[in-house]
Design a protein around this ligand. Structure first.
Ligand code: SF4
Ligand code: SF4
Length: 501
C-alpha cells in the first residue's frame, strides 16, 4: 500500500498531514528512506515538490522511485471526481514494485550498457538493471540476439537498458510495472473512459508541475499520465488512447539534466512510432509543451469507439484494434505492434512448429478429415518473429503491419490435403508433413514401406506396437501410394505393395 503525505486544503483520508510543501518534502523523504515505503505527495503544487525531492534523492543515491504525486488540479482538468483520481493514483502507485528499484547514480556497477545488452541476453541485462523485471525468461534465452526486433535497443542511441527500453519489448519479456507500458496501462485503466473527448498528456513526472501551471481551464478534459520517459508510449498505447476518446500528446520536457542527452540524441524508435501513428491516424504527434498547451484549447481529434470500457477490461490492445477496425485501415508498420504473416504455401509442411512455439497462441494447426490448415489470429500476433525463427522449412516471414480486415477472424494461411490412418481412417495430419518425413527416411537409407506405423493415428500406433493389429487390418495400398509419390519425386522407381494373403 502507498502512504500519502498531504498539505493544503485537500481532504485525504489517513494521510500524514503537514503544513506546507517544505514539510511535505521532509516527511515524504523520511518515509521513502527510513521506512522504504511508497509515498504519494498530495496537494496543490505536489508535482513541484516531487520534482525537487526526486532530484535531491537521485543526487544522494536514494530510491526516488518510491515517490509519486497528485495535484488536485489534475482532477479539475480531467473532469474527474477528486476521490476517483486519488484512489486510482493510490492503486497505481501501490502496484509498482518501486521498493526494488535502485538509484543509478549510487550503483554504477549495476548500470547496463548498450554493449552489455548486445553481448548477453536481454533478460540477464534487464534483471541486472531492475532486479526482477522478467516475466518469461525461457523465450528470451532461446533466441539469438540478432533475431529480436531490437526495438529496445533502437529506442536509445546512448546505451539502452533504461525502463523505456524494457517497455518496448513486444512480448513483455522485460516487465517493470509502474515505469513501463504496463504502468501506463494501469494508469489509464483507472482513469478512463471520460465523459467527453479530451487529451492525454503523457509527460515525464518532473515536467508535470510546469504543465499544470500553464493549463488554465481548457475547454476539454485533460488527463495527465505520469511516466518515467515519454517514449514509454508505443503505437499500441497511442491508438488505445484514441479509442478511449483521448488524443495523445507525448510531452518531451523536464528531463533530468543527466539524461538530457537521451532527448538530444537522434531517436530512430521515436521516429518509427511517429511515422506509424501518422500513417494510421493522419494526425501529427505533438511533443513540445508549448504546442501541447495550444493544442488542448482546440477540439480533440479522436477516433473513439463505442463502449470502450468493455475492451478496456481486456487490456489496451483490443482498444487499439478497435480503432483500426473503425478506420478499416491496412498499413505497413515499422514498430512491432502486429504482423500479417506471409507463408510460402509450397514450402510449408504444416508441421505445426510455429504454432507450438508462438508465445501468444496466434497460430494453430487444425486437422480435419480431408483438409488440414494453419490458422492465424492477427489480433494476438505481436510481430516477435519467433515463428520465423523456428520454422524448419524457412516458409515464414513476419512483416510488421496491421490489417483491420483480419481482426477477430482465424485466417487460414495454408490449406493442405489430410491423410487418414491406414487402420481406422481417423484424420492423421497434413499430407505434406508426412511426405516430408518419408522423404527424409528414404534419403537416410530407411525403408518407410516397412514402417506402416508412420501412417497410423496414436491409438492404432500403440495397438500395433502391442501386436493388437494384424496385417490384414492395414491398408498397405494407401501406404505404398504415399511412399511411391515421394519416391517418384526423388526420381526413384515406385515399389509394388505386398500381395494380400
Ligand atoms: S510455417 Fe513452417 S513451422 Fe509453421 S507449419 Fe509451416 S512449415 Fe511448420
Ligand atoms: S505469429 Fe509469429 S510473430 Fe506473431 S506472435 Fe506468434 S510467433 Fe510471434
Amino acid at each position: 500500500m502507498a502512504r500519502a503525505v498531504a498539505f493544503g486544503s485537500v481532504e485525504v483520508p489517513s494521510a500524514v498531514r503537514v503544513k506546507g510543501p517544505e514539510e511535505a518534502k521532509k516527511e515524504a523523504r523520511r518515509i521513502a528512506v527510513e521506512e522504504k515505503d511508497k509515498v504519494i505527495i498530495v496537494g496543490k503544487g505536489a508535482w513541484k515538490v516531487y520534482a525537487e525531492l526526486a532530484h535531491e534523492m537521485r543526487m544522494n543515491s536514494e530510491n526516488f522511485y518510491l515517490l509519486e504525486a497528485l495535484d488536485p488540479v489534475e482532477a479539475r482538468l480531467a473532469g474527474l471526481s477528486w476521490g476517483r483520481l486519488l484512489l486510482s493514483r493510490i492503486a497505481y502507485t501501490a502496484r509498482r514494485p518501486a521498493e526494488k528499484a535502485f538509484s543509478e547514480l549510487g550503483s554504477p556497477e549495476k548500470r547496463v550498457t548498450r554493449r552489455a545488452l548486445l553481448r548477453g541476453t536481454i533478460v540477464e541485462a534487464a534483471m541486472e538493471y531492475t532486479e526482477k523485471p522478467v516475466e518469461d525468461t525461457v523465450l528470451c534465452r532461446n533466441i539469438a540476439i540478432e533475431k529480436y526486433c531490437e526495438n529496445c535497443l533502437k529506442a536509445c542511441e546512448l546505451e539502452g537498458g533504461c525502463p523505456v527500453s524494457a517497455a518496448l519489448c513486444g512480448i513483455e519479456l522485460l516487465y517493470l510495472p509502474g515505469y513501463t507500458r504496463s504502468g501506463l496501462h494501469d494508469a489509464l485503466r483507472s482513469m478512463a473512459p471520460l465523459e467527453k473527448p479530451g487529451y492525454a498528456l503523457i509527460a515525464p513526472r518532473s515536467s508535470i508541475a510546469e504543465l499544470l501551471e500553464k493549463l488554465s481551464d481548457p475547454p476539454n478534459p485533460v488527463v495527465i499520465v505520469p511516466v518515467s520517459c515519454p517514449y514509454v508510449a508505443g503505437l499500441e498505447e497511442l491508438l488505445a488512447l484514441h479509442a478511449l476518446g483521448l488524443q495523445p500528446v507525448v510531452v518531451e520536457a523536464g528531463w533530468e539534466p543527466e539524461i538530457k542527452r537521451c532527448r538530444e540524441s537522434r531517436n530512430p524508435y521515436r521516429d518509427m512510432v511517429e511515422s506509424d501513428y501518422v500513417k494510421i491516424t493522419g494526425l501529427r504527434l505533438i511533443h513540445s509543451p508549448e504546442e501541447a498547451i495550444e493544442l488542448v484549447n482546440g477540439e480533440p481529434q479522436v477516433l473513439s469507439v463505442e463502449n470502450p470500457g468493455q475492451y478496456l477490461a481486456r487490456g489496451l490492445r483490443p482498444l487499439a484494434l478497435a480503432v483500426l477496425k473503425k478506420l478499416g485501415i491496412a498499413a505497413d508498420l515499422s514498430t512491432g505492434f502486429s504482423s500479417v504473416l506471409r507463408v510460402d504455401t509450397e514450402k510449408c509442411t504444416l508441421c505445426g512448429a510455429c504454432a507450438y512455439e508462438c508465445p501468444t497462441n496466434a497460430l494453430k494447426v487444425k486437422e480435419a478429415t480431408d483438409v488440414s490448415a494453419l490458422l492465424f489470429l492477427h489480433d494476438r500476433c505481436i510481430a516477435c518473429g519467433y515463428c520465423e525463427e523456428v520454422c524448419p522449412e524457412n516458409a515464414l516471414s513476419v512483416p510488421r503491419a496491421v490489417n483491420a480486415n483480419l481482426i477477430n477472424t482465424w485466417t487460414p494461411l495454408v490449406l493442405k490435403e489430410s491423410l487418414r490412418c491406414i487402420v481406422c481412417g481417423e484424420p492423421l495430419g497434413a499430407t505434406a508433413m508426412i511426405e516430408k518425413t518419408i522423404e527424409r527416411l528414404i534419403l537416410k537409407g530407411f525403408h518407410p514401406e516397412n514402417m506402416p506405423q508412420l501412417l497410423m493415428c496414436e491409438s492404432c500406433k500403440q495397438k500395433y506396437s502391442l501386436g493388437m493389429i494384424s496385417d490384414d487390418q492395414i491398408d498397405y495400398e494407401a501406404l505404398y501410394r504415399v511412399v511411391n509419390r515421394v519416391r517418384r519425386r526423388l526420381g526413384l522407381e515406385p515399389l509394388e505393395p505386398p500381395k494380400k494373403k
